[in-house]
Design a protein around this ligand. Structure first.
Ligand SMILES: *[C@@H]1O[C@H](CO)[C@@H](O)[C@H](O)[C@H]1NC(C)=O
Ligand SMILES: *[C@@H]1O[C@H](CO)[C@@H](O)[C@H](O)[C@H]1NC(C)=O
Ligand SMILES: *[C@@H]1O[C@H](CO)[C@@H](O)[C@H](O)[C@H]1NC(C)=O
Length: 280
C-alpha cells in the first residue's frame, strides 16, 4: 500500500473535507439519489439470533459469534434499528470465512425516520436530511460512537475492526474510512447514499464499493482507490438490484434478491477476511 503517493492528494483534499465533513448530506442534497427516497421498508419475518448490550446510552446488537479477534461494525440505513434485514445480514456474515464478531449499533438511540417507516418517501427531503443531521451527525455522534465501540471491544480482546454501511450508513462508512484509520482496518459501502468522487483520495483504508444499478457510477472513485491500495480494494456493481436491496427495503424472500444477498455476504466476508489477515 503506497501511503506516500496519496499524501499529496490527501492534503489537497483536506481543504475540501473541512467543508464536507460538516453536514455532508445537507451540503450535497442535490446529489442524494432520487432512488434513495422512493421505496418504503418491508416487514421482515426474520428473528435475530443475537442479543443486545448497552454502552452508555448506545444499544448494540451483537451476533452470537463471540470468539473472534476480528469485529465488523454494521451501520444501518435511515430506517434504523427496528428493521431485521440488517441484523440478518450481520448474523450471516458472522459465520463466513472462519467467523467474525459482527455488531449493529443503534446510533439513532431508538429513533428512525419520523418514528414511522410509512412516512416515506419523505414529503420534504430537506426534513429527512435535517433529521439525519440531528440523530446521525457524523461530527457530534457517529464518530464518537465508533471510537467508543472500538475502545470497548479492544478491551474485550478484539484486535482488528472493519466497518460497512448501507445507504446513509454507506456515507458514514466513507467518513469512517477517511477519519478513523487508527481505529478501522477496512470498510465497505453498500448502495451508499452519497459517495462524492472528490473524496476518494482522502480514503485511508482498503475499501470495497458495492453500488447497485440505481446508484451513481463509482468507477472513477474505484480507479483512485486502485492507485492508492492496489488490489486491496474492490468494486462490485449489483447490476440487477435496486438501491436498498440489502437493507430495510430488500425483499429477502424474492429468489433473485436472496441470491444477491448471499453473494454480497460472501464477497464481503472474503474481502474482510483477506484484509484483516494481513497483519497476522
Ligand atoms: C448519550 O450519552 C452521551 C454521553 O454520555 C450524551 O452526551 C448524549 O447526549 C446522550 N444522548 C442521548 C440521545 O441521550
Ligand atoms: C475460541 O477460539 C480459540 C482459538 O481459535 C479456540 O482454541 C477455542 O476453543 C474457541 N472457543 C470456543 C468456545 O469456541
Ligand atoms: C495483490 O498484489 C500483490 C503484489 O502486488 C500480490 O502478491 C498478490 O498476489 C495480489 N493478490 C491478489 C488477491 O491478487
Amino acid at each position: 500500500m503506497s501511503l506516500k503517493h496519496f499524501s499529496l492528494l490527501a492534503t489537497i483534499t483536506a481543504v475540501l473535507l473541512v467543508a464536507v465533513n460538516c453536514g455532508i448530506l445537507t451540503q450535497h442534497a442535490d446529489s442524494v439519489p432520487e432512488n434513495c427516497l422512493k421505496r418504503k421498508p418491508i416487514q421482515s419475518n426474520y428473528t435475530p439470533e443475537g442479543s443486545e448490550i448497552t454502552l452508555g446510552n448506545l444499544t448494540i446488537y451483537e451476533t452470537t459469534e463471540k470468539n473472534s479477534t476480528r469485529l465488523i461494525i454494521s451501520i444501518y440505513d435511515a430506517f434504523g434499528f427496528s428493521n431485521n434485514n440488517v441484523k440478518e445480514v450481520a448474523d450471516r456474515l458472522s459465520k463466513v470465512q472462519g467467523g467474525f464478531r459482527v455488531i449493529v449499533p443503534d446510533f439513532y438511540r431508538g429513533e428512525f425516520w419520523h418514528g414511522d417507516p410509512d412516512v416515506f418517501p419523505p414529503p420534504d427531503m430537506e426534513d429527512l436530511l435535517a433529521w439525519l443531521e440531528e440523530v446521525g451527525s457524523w461530527e457530534d455522534r457517529v464518530q464518537w460512537d465508533l471510537i467508543n465501540i472500538v475502545e470497548h471491544y479492544r478491551a474485550e480482546g478484539v484486535e482488528e475492526f472493519a466497518v460497512y454501511g448501507m445507504c446513509w450508513g454507506g456515507t458514514m462508512s466513507l467518513l469512517a474510512s477517511i477519519y478513523l484509520p487508527d481505529y478501522l482496518r477496512v470498510a465497505a459501502y453498500i448502495h451508499p447514499t452519497l459517495i462524492p468522487d472528490e473524496l476518494a483520495p482522502a480514503v485511508r483504508i482498503p475499501t470495497f464499493l458495492m453500488p447497485t444499478m440505481e446508484d451513481p457510477d463509482l468507477t472513477q472513485f474505484y480507479e483512485i482507490l486502485r492507485q492508492n491500495f492496489g488490489n486491496n480494494t474492490a468494486h462490485w456493481r449489483f447490476e440487477d438490484m435496486l438501491h436498498g436491496f440489502a437493507s430495510a427495503r430488500g425483499d429477502f424472500s424474492d429468489p433473485r434478491t436472496a441470491l444477491r444477498i448471499e453473494e454480497m455476504i460472501n464477497l464481503l466476508g472474503f474481502f474482510f477476511n483477506r484484509i484483516l489477515n494481513i497483519g497476522k
